[in-house]
Design a protein around this ligand. Structure first.
Ligand SMILES: O=C(O)C(=O)Cc1ccccc1
Length: 293
């Protein structure tokens, strides 16, 4: 039974929107945490049942702090995924709304949000200092608390409402097809009743050292079984320069006999394999109703 869902807060973040979509209130209590490590640690320690965090953005790529915490610091399996459309708004305090563009001295937001709007910011606010915050809603809060400063934030329309800010400009992201993949992670497995078209298994694979062609052999194990891969990237093991593991997402459930065969074959090569989760994938754009639980 799921009672609490931890998410990257405060209220009004994109992650909050994703968490509300996956776990509509009031059936679940949503609890805001100030950073991605805090969200995942709350679930690892059993303080919350499920964590919702961003994992990848279509423009900016992987959210490394999510990957690093899942791999190095917690033991919390991925249990679901939601692809969510992201549009960024430029927010201003009502007392500063009449400033000229060049008068704004600072722009606050989450690093991913700033990266997703960098062309716009370079063109429209080249002189402004860019200041990173733990979340976009935190940036909106800073603007709310500093009415005397000519500062801006990038965030959601909901963060504008919650913090009594004006929206100076909508849709400031550099590319129209801006989506973020959010994951739900937790120790309970079957959370949603609804079936989905897509089911993924995420694996962490560490290759044996000094084995020429090891990655090629790993990929072959998936290839001849026709197991589709939808993401692969290398991340540092943090044990020394040049030491990496691979994160591989497959479009197959872990209990499938072909998947079990692939994992056994990869282990037989001398690789270490950790299953980070096997989970249903939802897409906000394609959803007709709320996700059934
Ligand atoms: O800061 C937020 O609102 C988040 O949820 C993280 C984030 C930032 C930018 C795009 C998607 C998610």
């Amino acid at each position: 039974m799921i009672e609490t869902v931890a998410y990257l807060g405060p209220q009004g973040t994109f992650t909050h929107e994703a968490a509300m979509t996956l776990f509509p209130e009031p059936a679940t209590e949503l609890v805001a945490y100030p950073s991605i490590p805090d969200v995942l640690t709350a679930v690892d320690r059993g303080v919350s049942d499920i964590a919702v965090v961003p994992v990848e953005n279509a423009i900016e790529g992987s959210v490394n702090s999510t990957l690093d915490w899942l791999v190095h610091h917690v033991d919390v399996p991925i249990i679901g995924e939601l692809v969510y459309p992201i549009t960024h708004c430029l927010l201003v305090h009502p007392l500063q709304a009449k400033c000229e563009k060049a008068e704004f001295t600072r722009i606050y937001s989450h690093p991913q949000a700033i990266a997703q709007c960098q062309l716009y910011l370079r063109k429209e606010h080249p002189g402004a200092e860019l200041v990173y915050t733990e979340s976009t809603a935190k940036a909106a809060e800073i603007i709310h608390k500093n009415p005397d400063h000519p500062w801006l934030a990038i965030g959601t329309g909901r963060a504008a409402e919650l913090n009594e800010l004006y929206i100076l400009k909508k849709e400031i992201q550099d590319h129209p097809n801006n989506y973020t993949r959010f994951i739900a992670a937790g120790k309970q497995k079957k959370v949603w009743n609804q079936s989905t078209d897509l089911f993924k298994t995420s694996l962490q694979v560490t290759l044996p050292s000094d084995y020429p062609g090891a990655l090629y052999q790993v990929l072959a194990a998936f290839s001849w079984r026709k197991i589709n891969l939808c993401h692969i990237e290398s991340r540092p093991t943090k044990t020394g320069l040049g030491n990496y593991y691979f994160l591989i997402d497959t479009e197959f459930p872990d209990e499938h006999v072909l998947m079990q065969g692939a994992v056994a074959e990869i282990e037989a090569l001398g690789c270490q394999v950790r299953i980070l989760g096997s989970y249903p994938c939802f897409n906000k754009k394609r959803m007709k109703t709320v996700i059934e639980r």
